[in-house]
Every structure is written in C-alpha cells, then in structure tokens.
Write a protein that binds this ligand. Structure first.
Ligand SMILES: O=c1ccn([C@H]2C[C@H](O)[C@@H](COP(=O)(O)OP(=O)(O)OP(=O)(O)O)O2)c(=O)[nH]1
Ligand SMILES: [Mg+2]
Length: 145
C-alpha cells in the first residue's frame, strides 16, 4: 500500500481514520456541537474540524459513505469534492438528504471519506485544428446502447 505523509490540524477524535487496514478512504467526522437535522431534499455544509497540508502532486477527494447512502439516502452533493493541495482551510462536507425521511447528523458522526489521488496538471496550447480520430464528434451514446 502506497502511503503519503499528510500533516494537519485537528482534535484527536476528529483525525481522519481508515476503518480497515487497506481502506481507500479515511473517514471524516462531523465537528458539530449539536445535531443538524436534514429534512428530505435539504442540504447543509458540515464542518469536519480538519485542516491538512497535502503534498504537491496529490489531491484529496471527498466521497460519500455508501452505508449512509443505502440506508438513509444521504450523499455528498458535489461528489467527488476536490481538496486542492494548496488549500489550508477547514474541509467541509456538503451533505444532502435524498431520502424520504429527515436525517439527524450527530456530533462526531462519520459523514464522508477522504481519498487521496495523484494529480496531473495540463499546459493548454491553442491550435487551429484537432487531429482526426475514428470517434470524431460522436458522443453521448453515439456508439449505441
Ligand atoms: O467538498 C469540498 C470541496 C472543496 N472544499 C474546499 C477545498 C478546495 O480546495 C476548495 C475549493 O474547492 P473547489 O475548487 O471545488 O470549489 P470552487 O467553487 O472552484 O472554489 P474556489 O474558487 O475556491 O476554487 O474548497 C471543501 O472543503 N469541501
Ligand atoms: Mg476551484
């Protein structure tokens, strides 16, 4: 398993945690003093109390937890959220309740997971014509069902 060193500031109980030895995602907790009620269809920005310093060449992606999605219809609105390596602010989670019942986000609850990934930046160069390809302009189902 590849590891990178990520320095951060957080209280011990809010430290992102891998729930199993080889988990892809480190769980993030809700840093809230009292429950946040999410009625059906509503969203909320939930603080995590986590600020990190991601090494250059990597990003972190904020992904939903499948258990919350399957049981309660809860997901991360902008999934996968992008945490830039030069971001020094608190990681926040935009949760949305797509279920039929109200959901109560409890203090300390694991609400999302952080997956680290390598990043490639492009240099954009303006040209007159693109090279031909078999696909050409075909998209959006052009190859059939
Ligand atoms: O789920 C998320 C997504 C982003 N961020 C933080 C870290 C990220 O580096 C920054 C900017 O995110 P993004 O680039 O997705 O948002 P934007 O709307 O383009 O904002 P900006 O203009 O600040 O780049 O916001 C979070 O805390 N949670
Ligand atoms: Mg941005």
């Amino acid at each position: 398993m590849t590891k990178i060193i990520v320095h951060g500031t957080f209280d011990a109980q809010l430290m992102p945690q891998y729930a199993s030895a080889h988990a892809s995602g480190a769980d993030l907790h809700a840093d809230i003093a009292k429950p946040v009620i999410l009625p059906p269809g509503e969203r909320a920005m939930i603080p995590t109390g986590v600020r990190i310093q991601i090494p250059e060449g990597f990003e972190a992606q904020v992904r939903p937890r499948s258990g919350l999605a399957a049981r309660n219809g809860l997901t991360v609105l902008n999934t996968p959220g992008t945490i830039d390596c030069d971001y020094r602010g608190e990681i926040k989670i935009i949760l949305i309740n797509l279920g039929r019942e109200s959901f109560s986000v409890e203090p300390g609850m694991r609400i999302a997971q952080l997956v680290f990934a390598p990043v490639v930046q492009a240099e954009f160069i303006q040209i007159e014509e693109l090279e031909q390809s078999d696909r050409g302009h075909g998209g959006f189902g052009s190859t059939g069902i």
